[in-house]
Design a protein around this ligand. Structure first.
Ligand code: F3S
Length: 62
């Protein structure tokens, strides 16, 4: 599974990281690190929960 974080949409809610800290890294300002993420095996459910938790819809499953 791959995800893409759109930096233009991320407002730093950090809900993605709360649901899946092993998947979504935050930068020093609390924004999700943008770009493609290869989800580690076994973390798919948490990754999806993190993507769905984003109120800005900044995370897309590809
Ligand atoms: Fe950003 Fe959404 Fe996560 S706003 S920090 S991608 S919950």
């Amino acid at each position: 599974m791959r995800l893409v974080v759109d930096q233009g949409k991320c407002c730093g809610h950090a809900r993605c990281n709360d649901r899946a800290p092993d998947v979504f890294a935050l930068d020093d300002l609390g924004y999700a690190v943008a770009g493609e993420i290869e989800v580690p095996e076994g973390k798919e459910d948490a990754a999806l929960a993190g993507a769905r938790a984003c109120p800005e819809r900044a995370v897309t499953v590809v």
